[in-house]
Design a protein around this ligand. Structure first.
Ligand code: FE2
Ligand code: FE2
Length: 170
């Protein structure tokens, strides 16, 4: 679970999410060879949910504001395409079981991909955002609320459609 943040700054919030998702991928690296299928499944489910919530909130609130403020369309376009590609990969992973061929490969490629994406955000996008005249505290507040709403939505979708999309376990 993500620890509650004191700071409301939008960038702090996003960097915190990145730290969290990196940690989860690292954990997967560590356990993937030996862990039981259900433990892997649970961890991967957590990774996917965290990434999807983060990406939704970025697309709803952060990217549009940043697009207006930093005058670098290409950077935001690229980030949005990367989200979409990650979502596609997540969809494939969520339709699989941990003992399926290529499951580990897909999760690890997702990890590399997300790493590349968050690096670009932190090293290229965020410095530009810092220089732009954006109310990052207000945006952070809004994003925090949107995250809660998104999380509630994800949790209720999960409890309704348990296991849907994934083929029956063996
Ligand atoms: Fe992103
Ligand atoms: Fe991000």
């Amino acid at each position: 679970m993500t620890a509650k943040k004191e700071s409301n700054d939008a960038l702090e919030l996003l960097i915190d999410d990145n730290r969290n998702v990196r940690k989860l991928f690292k954990e997967y690296e560590k356990i993937h060879e030996k862990a039981a299928a259900e433990d892997k499944l649970e961890l991967v489910e957590q990774i996917c949910t965290e990434f999807l919530i983060h990406a939704d909130v970025e697309e709803q609130l952060f990217y549009p504001a940043v697009r207006d403020a930093i005058k670098d369309e290409e950077l935001i376009d690229e980030a949005e395409v990367e989200h979409q590609t990650a979502r596609d990969l997540i969809k494939q992973i969520q339709a699989m079981m941990p003992d399926d061929e290529l499951y580990d490969a897909k999760v690890r490629v997702l990890g590399e991909y997300v790493e590349h994406h968050v690096e670009e955000e932190e090293k290229e996008m965020f410095p530009k955002v810092k220089k732009a005249k954006l109310d990052l505290d207000a945006m952070g507040q809004e994003m925090m609320q949107a995250k809660e709403t998104a999380r509630t939505g994800f949790l209720s979708a999960k409890s309704k459609g348990k296991g849907s999309g994934r083929r029956a376990s063996r």
